[in-house]
Design a protein around this ligand. Structure first.
Ligand SMILES: [Fe+2]
Length: 356
């Protein structure tokens, strides 16, 4: 790396909107979703799968859409994965994620984002036609302080947002996800300034024609832009019908806006219109700053912290909850590593007119 870089790339722009994550009181009583591993363990031994544990996890997931198993006595990802899969999640390869994830273990993926960045509340893979019903986390390595993941009760958030003019506008106009994927070959000797993901990685090919074809298979409008950028556009509802509750739920967030990069090194310094992601209404019209703030705030009002201990396992319904996390500060020698499990795929249905 022989490039001299300007300090500015490590500084955020002014006026960034930092999420508050929660009100200080969890939106749902943890007694409804926490399962204490001690109740399912032989004293002195780590937690192992059992019919009782499996039944309890399934029932909790069915009722609440959220399960947090604590006090497992485990510290390796494979054993945690065996507990997590007590709730059938039909794991699949992580395809179509716009940010890079390296394989951590078979079917367990690292969270592909810098720790210095906070990750706004989001629904996993909301920006492509094939989404996921569930996401799971396995707490593998944690810092001494902080490092929590937050979930937001999306059922309450939906009702709240639909009662506002902004919510009605979202319902009527839908959303457009704008993405600019960089060309890996343009960065061989350079720092990845302004890079979110390269098209080669996102589309899993080195062939430009195949990349366009793959984008279109994913339901994206795709074309080449200046400097080898692959520009994709995806227009879809901001909501998604959730069969179990028989209603349309919010299924989008500011995580897919340029705001996502407010604290990403090497991207945060860029003006909004040069960032790799942007969210507009479905007709291409821009959201105002106030509207974006409303979109952030609604999830913060229904937030719930998941305060991890090593060995914890959480399963999160991707319809009923959004998830995110504050920035993580690591001391010397500390790590934060969560295994991620992606559940069953489903094709976006969008909404039904009589299910609001
Ligand atoms: Fe996520």
């Amino acid at each position: 790396m022989n490039e001299i870089i300007n300090e500015a790339v490590f500084a955020p722009l002014a006026n960034v909107a930092e999420p508050k994550w929660w009100t200080g009181t969890p939106a749902i009583d943890p007694a409804r979703f926490v399962i204490d591993g001690h109740e399912y363990r032989v004293a002195g031994r780590p937690l192992t799968p059992s019919d009782e544990l499996s039944a309890s996890m399934r029932q909790t997931f069915e009722d609440v859409g959220l399960v947090h198993v604590i006090n497992t006595g485990l510290d390796d990802l494979e054993s945690m994965r065996l507990i997590a899969t007590q709730v059938p999640i039909n794991q699949r390869k992580y395809e179509g994620g716009a940010n890079p994830r390296k394989t951590l273990q078979a079917n367990v993926f690292e969270v592909g984002a810098p720790l210095e960045a906070w990750l706004h509340y989001h629904h996993e893979m909301a920006y492509i036609g094939s989404s996921t019903k569930m996401i799971g986390f396995l707490a593998h390595k944690l810092p001494s302080k902080g490092g929590a993941t937050f979930v937001s009760d999306n059922v309450q958030a939906t009702t709240d947002l639909l009662a506002t003019p902004f919510g009605q506008k979202l319902k009527q106009r839908g959303l457009c996800y704008h993405r600019n994927l960089t060309d890996r070959n343009a960065f061989t000797d350079k720092l990845d300034i302004g890079v979110y993901n390269h098209w080669q990685q996102s589309m899993m090919t080195e062939d430009p024609d195949e990349a366009i074809a793959e984008a279109r298979r994913r339901g994206l409008d795709a074309q080449w832009g200046e400097g080898g950028l692959l520009k994709t556009r995806y227009t879809i509802s901001a909501f998604e019908y959730f069969p179990q509750l028989d209603r349309n739920l919010l299924y989008s967030s500011m995580a897919d806006d340029s705001m996502w990069f407010d604290t990403w090194p090497l991207v945060q310094h860029l003006p909004i219109d040069q960032r790799p992601l942007k969210l507009t209404f479905g007709d291409g019209s821009e959201m105002t700053r106030d509207e974006k703030q409303e979109f952030l705030d609604v999830y913060d009002r229904y937030g719930i912290p998941l305060d991890w201990e090593v060995g914890d396992i959480a399963l999160i319904c991707n319809y009923r909850f959004a998830h995110g996390r504050p920035a993580v500060e690591l001391k010397e020698g500390e790590h934060r590593e969560l295994g991620v499990l992606i559940g069953d795929a489903f094709d976006r249905l969008e909404t039904y007119p009589d299910k609001w």
